[in-house]
Design a protein around this ligand. Structure first.
Ligand SMILES: Nc1ncnc2c1ncn2[C@@H]1O[C@H](COP(=O)(O)OP(=O)(O)OP(=O)(O)O)[C@@H](O)[C@H]1O
Ligand SMILES: [Mg+2]
Ligand SMILES: [Zn+2]
Length: 458
């Protein structure tokens, strides 16, 4: 059987059956929409080294690649990468449309072109002229920054070999295509084959490549989710459309810790670093209003103070509403249930709204106590003392559970002028608190924490 290099087959993602033609339904297992076009020569060879057959080697005899990271002179970006760009790494940067992916990467391209040498920015979405106008606005012009408006991946890879840049940006992976495949750019088959081709190029040439990937509201199919296993590092740029703050978050990193965040503000001049996010997130706080508390979360290695706002109002008709902005909806349901059952707050005929100020999303349960206090404070219409912060996860029986990295949280709170911290009794450490310069008050349950909060008010 002779194989031509460019032959493609459609492979079922459920049962791996192959078929020469696309079909809406797998002829073997009957799964719908599971046939994905694949270049035959690469079927079954997901080897990042390019499908070359390797020989087993004793691990002690393998030379450790002592790579040197390329530091990006934008701290907030550098930290999320784990301290710099690793040579030959493939990094995916995902985010909603219009969130600022191209802006951030063009800025990174500009500073790196000035700092380390040639950078090739490939765009399939905008013309070279448009990119030039943006670069003017962002101050990202540099002699070493090369722009290529192209979508044919073979042509792009040729250019990369010709230019031999120190960094390549592909904006976006959804717009590029390999002409060996029949499927359209952006289809799962194209996304996978293109990403694998770029992976091989990155590994063999040691040139780091950044891919921009769109996340669609509908979910996985066209989004970069299918690419997450292939690439080395996955970063997401998040934020609310109508807020100016943007969070860059690491979700996967083969070369560093994940869950680091970088905070930026979207301005006219582009993405401006926010080195002191706690201060910024609290800047509009009016501490004397009922329903407002400050919680301390840790994102990666960074403590972050955020204002939690809650509002409760009597339900007009029907079922009470719960609206969560910035925290998980089911977490809000759980917290209102605990407040109703374990503390005895009459929330079952109240609408409850919770919002994290600044448009940031927090998944960490350590903010539970802050959320619960905010809801209770709004319900009773009694403010919480403005110099108090709250830390603690809440369990189903209303107990307060320990959280990690307490010292970091207390230090950040003290730095921003908070005088007292409510926290789980099991981690109330007077010596630590004194050395940091903040008073800690331990509570075993939400009910006890609420009592303390009320008795402590001015
Ligand atoms: N002249 C301008 N001044 C200030 N902000 C601007 C200007 N032009 C665009 N923006 C901001 O930049 C955002 C678009 O940023 P960018 O193009 O980097 O996003 P993106 O994530 O690459 O979007 P896409 O998914 O469309 O490629 C706009 O939503 C807008 O807020
Ligand atoms: Mg863009
Ligand atoms: Zn099948």
């Amino acid at each position: 059987m002779s194989k031509s290099r460019s032959r493609t087959v459609f492979v079922c993602q459920q049962c791996s059956a192959e078929s020469p033609r696309w079909g809406g339904r797998c002829p073997n297992c009957g799964a719908w929409n599971s046939m994905v076009e694949t270049i035959e020569s690469s079927v079954g060879s997901a080897s990042p080294a390019g499908g070359l057959r390797g020989q087993p080697e004793a691990i002690t005899r393998i030379a450790a690649d002592s790579f040197r990271r390329v530091e990006v002179p934008i701290d907030e970006f550098n930290r999320v990468l784990g301290g710099g760009i690793v040579p030959g790494s493939l990094v995916l940067i995902g985010g909603d449309p219009g969130i600022g992916k191209s802006t951030l990467l063009l800025q990174v391209s500009g500073v790196l072109a000035r700092a380390i040498g040639k950078v090739l920015y490939v765009s399939g979405e905008e013309s070279a002229h448009q990119i030039k106008m943006r670069a003017d606005r962002l101050g990202a012009n540099a002699d070493n920054l090369f722009i290529l408006a192209e979508t044919n991946l073979n042509a792009i890879m040729q250019s990369i070999q010709d230019v031999t840049p120190s960094l390549v940006i592909i904006d976006s992976i959804q717009t590029v295509y390999l002409d060996e495949l029949e499927s359209a750019a952006g289809s799962v088959g194209q996304l996978r084959e293109c990403t694998m081709a770029l992976m091989r190029l990155a590994k063999s040439s040691h040139i780091p490549i950044f891919l921009v990937g769109h996340v669609t509201k509908e979910g996985a199919i066209a989004g970069p989710r299918v690419l997450e296993h292939i690439v080395d590092t996955v970063l997401y740029l998040e934020g609310e459309r109508f807020h100016t703050y943007r969070l860059l978050r690491g979700v996967k990193n083969r070369f560093g810790s994940t869950n680091e965040i970088g905070v930026f503000e979207m301005c006219n001049e582009g993405m401006v670093e926010v080195p002191n996010p706690s201060q910024v997130f609290l800047s509009e706080r009016q501490g004397t209003n009922p329903g407002s508390t400050v919680a301390v979360t840790v994102e990666g290695t960074r403590p972050l103070l955020v204002e939690v706002q809650a509002l409760t109002t009597a339900t007009n008709f029907g079922l009470p509403r719960r609206t969560a902005n910035g925290i998980d909806y089911s977490r809000l349901l759980l917290l209102t249930a605990v407040l109703t059952k374990r503390v005895g707050l009459g929330l079952s005929n109240q609408d409850v709204y919770v919002n994290i100020v600044g448009g940031i999303k927090i998944a960490e349960p350590a903010i539970d106590l802050g959320v619960a206090l905010a809801i209770a404070s709004s319900f009773k219409d009694v403010p919480i003392a403005p110099d108090l912060v709250a830390i603690g996860e809440i369990g189903l029986s209303g107990e307060l559970r320990r959280v990690a990295q307490v010292e970091k949280r207390l230090t950040e709170a003290a730095k921003l002028g908070f005088k007292r911290c409510l926290l789980p009794g099991s981690i109330d450490d007077t010596r630590l608190a004194r050395s940091i310069g903040i008073e800690t008050i331990g509570a075993r349950s939400v009910a006890e924490a609420l009592e303390i909060a009320w008795s402590n008010r001015f």
